[in-house]
Design a protein around this ligand. Structure first.
Ligand SMILES: [Zn+2]
Ligand SMILES: [Zn+2]
Length: 245
């Protein structure tokens, strides 16, 4: 599978860059993972948005769903000769208002996922773990059935011991790192040291920092995570950066 970063800032867009959104692809499947601000514009640079097979959302904070509505309008209004299939949008059901918004007549269909159930989603098997966050949010572990490759996305999360197991031996660990060291055990996000330490304990193959802060030196953020991660390579997400998994 291949991961392409579309947006990787936390909270709000800044200086030409959008918030959380990724494209996860195999040879024949295109999955949009979160849909933060500027998703649609960045997505158009990678593929025809109508070639998406599904969307999956970690949670309903604005920086993860800001472009969902305009993506639905695109599916509704972009002219095509054939009628378009419904776009499946997966989300949790613990926020009825937002879950109901995933369905739009003749456009998209909200589909629930649950922490207790493995989800078969195209070429992936996906499992979920509820994170530490002010609203319900889920981390996701994707296994590509054909290759066995594993990709783990934290969603948004404060320090949570469970990641040592949930991220175990992942080929790529994409971790919310909104905070520099000194803010450990925050209620919503990891610090760089925490991201690095989970990566090390879980023995992942590669750590990528995302949900990045607008202020501060990202080279320092990466160094702080690297210091905790030991020999595990640590990289920073950036728009249109691609990772083979
Ligand atoms: Zn966020
Ligand atoms: Zn959030």
């Amino acid at each position: 599978m291949k991961l392409t970063v579309l947006g990787c800032l936390g909270a709000y867009p800044y200086a030409g860059q959008g918030t959380t959104s990724y494209l996860l692809q195999t040879d024949d499947f295109n999955l949009l993972l979160d849909a933060g601000s500027s998703t649609l514009l960045e997505l158009e640079k990678e593929l025809d948005p109508l070639d998406l097979d599904a969307v999956i959302l970690s949670h309903y904070h604005h920086d993860h769903i800001a472009d969902l509505g305009v993506l639905q309008y695109y599916w509704q209004l972009f002219p095509t000769e054939e009628p378009k299939p419904l776009l499946p949008i997966y989300g949790h059901t613990e926020d009825e208002f937002h879950f109901n918004d995933l369905s739009m007549e003749n456009v998209s269909e909200g589909r629930p996922y649950f922490e207790s159930e493995e989800l078969k989603l195209g070429p992936f098997l996906v499992t979920f773990m509820k994170t530490i966050h002010p609203v319900p949010c889920y981390a996701m572990r994707f296994v590509e059935v054909k290759t066995g490759a594993v990709f783990v996305f934290t969603g948004d999360s404060g320090y949570l011991e469970g990641f040592n197991q949930f991220a175990k031996e992942a080929d790529l660990f994409l971790a919310d790192t909104y905070l520099f060291n000194g803010h450990e055990h925050h209620k919503a996000h990891f610090t760089a040291q925490e991201a690095g330490s989970f990566a090390k304990t879980a023995r992942v193959k590669k750590l990528v920092l995302t949900h990045l802060p607008q202020q501060g030196d990202l080279a320092v953020l990466r160094e702080q995570a690297q210091a905790a991660a030991g020999t595990i390579p640590v990289d920073l997400a950036a728009p249109h950066k691609k990772f083979e998994i």
